[in-house]
Design a protein around this ligand. Structure first.
Ligand code: 0WE
Length: 258
């Protein structure tokens, strides 16, 4: 039986009710996990209020601001986990950002600051959070991040995010190798395109979704809750032998050549 009772799970990357991280948080909660939720703070406190209202039904025992560009916020997040929980079992990394101008047009025109920003927020943050989580995962653990096919194959306009996801997937393997002896498993879920706050800001996402609906073996896209179920499996004891992997939750799209 899938059972996450007694497990403490930190979930990053919830922005609204369309976030994949929201689908994951709901499923972890439904299998009995104790949740800690982080949000990206803004100076007007709008995000804090919005995410707090959304997650209230999951009664998270921790609710913390965590901008991964801010070392103090990361330190404070993990200090709070140490104080309030004592140990961490599950870390869900659902963070990515690239400047909008770097997600369109010629990849060769990617600016150095744009490149650095995308890789800092989307790739380095996994390394950093895993490093901070390691000493807290005293009874083993499971780390999951979200990736996309654009890190393996060329997807028009994904551009610098493709490089960030390629680095992210390789980081999963290096982290899995380092943390395995401590029984900490590290895996990625490669989700098919879903309408979210991030993807809706991208031109042509509806055409991409329409394409997947024509071509994917299941003739549809996937939902946030389906990604959530895969995440629940990966961080449960049912997946105790799985680490360093990229699991495609994409209605089968990735296997197709035409
Ligand atoms: O990883 C992603 C989203 C990444 C993303 C999206 C945005 C939009 C708004 C990162 N940073 C930003 N910055 C913004 O200002 N996906 C897998 C969704 C996605 O994004 C694409 C896609 C798909 C699919 C971008 C271009 C082409 C396809």
């Amino acid at each position: 039986m899938l059972n996450l009772a007694g497990k403490n799970a930190l979930v990053t990357g919830i922005a609204n009710n369309r976030s994949i991280a929201w689908g994951i948080a709901q499923q972890l909660h439904s299998w009995g996990a104790n949740l800690g939720i982080t949000y990206l703070p803004d100076d007007r406190g709008k995000m804090e209020k919005k995410v707090a209202e959304l997650v209230e039904p999951l009664s998270p025992s921790l609710f913390l601001p965590c901008n991964v560009e801010n070392d103090e916020q990361i330190e404070s997040t993990f200090n709070t986990i140490t104080e309030k929980w004592g140990k961490l079992d599950i870390l869900i990394h659902c963070l990515a950002f690239a400047n909008k101008e770097d997600l369109t047009g010629n990849f060769s025109q990617t600016s150095r600051p744009g490149f650095n920003k995308a890789l800092e927020v989307s790739t380095y943050s996994l390394i950093q959070l895993a490093g901070a989580a390691k000493p807290l995962m005293t009874e083993g653990g499971s780390i999951i991040t979200l990736t996309y096919l654009g890190g393996v194959k060329v997807i028009p306009n994904y551009n610098v995010m493709g490089i960030a996801k390629a680095g992210l997937e390789m980081s999963v393997r290096y982290l899995a190798s380092e943390l395995g002896p401590q029984n900490i498993r590290v895996n990625a879920i490669s989700a098919g395109p879903i309408r979210t706050l991030a993807s809706s800001a991208v031109g042509g996402i509806l055409d991409m979704i329409h394409h997947v609906e024509q071509v994917a073996p299941l003739r549809r896209t996937v939902t946030q809750l389906e990604v959530g179920n895969a995440a629940a499996f990966l961080c449960s004891d049912l997946a105790s032998g799985i680490t360093g992997q990229v699991l495609y939750v994409d209605a089968g799209y990735e296997i197709m050549g035409m």
